[in-house]
Design a protein around this ligand. Structure first.
Ligand code: AMP
Length: 218
């Protein structure tokens, strides 16, 4: 099963992806997590992209397509994967189709500006694993520490209000048009497309996603 989760920053893609990964045993591939890990480990790519990410701008298509190419060649993707944060541009979407990377299902999460800001302002992450917490909705067992490793959690620099506004503008300008692209693909029977209201609670959204995915598996 190959799934794309689409949606603006803060609509809950990361949180839902991690739940889907556990339940269906397919890896969550978050380009954002991979890029942040590169920054943390100070790789060549990481040093190149640090400032761009912190400012809330998009990384070049060439870099992210390379990241995806390398990641989906790994063994754990044999039964499928879930793309979280990719594609974000037309070029990235065409990268998938031009390379015969067939997608079964696209799920779009929508959310109001108010809940996006609320989610992002309380978000904390464990960079090394990509695990996501929220100080109110999903707090860690020990304040400021990852539940599994005990390592510190961070507030992403691009989660500051100014960067969030930029990321939202970028989303509606560059990524949102992909919805039309996938609606067209659905019309011609290439994929299945679903839209879910991401303003609801994590568990309600998750139940809705599971209903969709269970039908696709059957
Ligand atoms: P995310 O964790 O998905 O919110 O992504 C964080 C940041 O990583 C984005 O604001 C971009 O700077 C960069 N990024 C992640 N995925 C992509 C992508 N598919 N294309 C371009 N930039 C990306």
């Amino acid at each position: 099963m190959r799934i794309i989760l689409l949606g603006a920053p803060g609509t809950g893609k990361g949180t839902q992806s991690q739940l889907i990964e556990k339940k269906y045993n397919i890896p969550q591939i978050s380009t954002g997590d991979i890029l942040r890990d590169n920054i943390y480990s100070k790789t060549t790519i990481g040093n190149k992209i640090k400032e761009i990410i912190e400012k809330g701008k998009l990384i070049s298509d060439d870099i992210v397509c390379h990241v995806i190419k390398t990641r989906i060649q790994k063994k754990d993707c044999i039964n499928g994967f879930l793309l979280d944060g990719f594609p974000r541009t037309q070029k990235q979407a065409f990268y998938l189709s031009n390379n015969n990377i067939k997608i079964d299902c696209v799920i779009e999460l929508t959310a109001s500006y108010k809940s996006i800001l609320h989610r992002i302002s309380g978000r904390r992450v464990h960079v090394q694993s990509g695990r996501i917490y929220h100080i109110q909705f999903n707090p860690p067992k020990i304040f400021g520490k990852d539940d599994i490793t005990g390592q510190p959690l961070i507030k992403r620099k691009d989660d500051r209000k100014e960067s969030v506004k930029k990321r939202l503008r970028e989303y509606f300008k560059t990524t949102y048009p992909l919805i039309q692209h996938y609606l067209h693909e659905e019309k011609i029977g290439k994929i299945k497309f679903f839209r879910i209201n991401g303003d609801e609670s994590t568990s309600v959204i998750n139940k809705k996603i599971e209903l969709i995915l269970n039908k696709i598996i059957l």
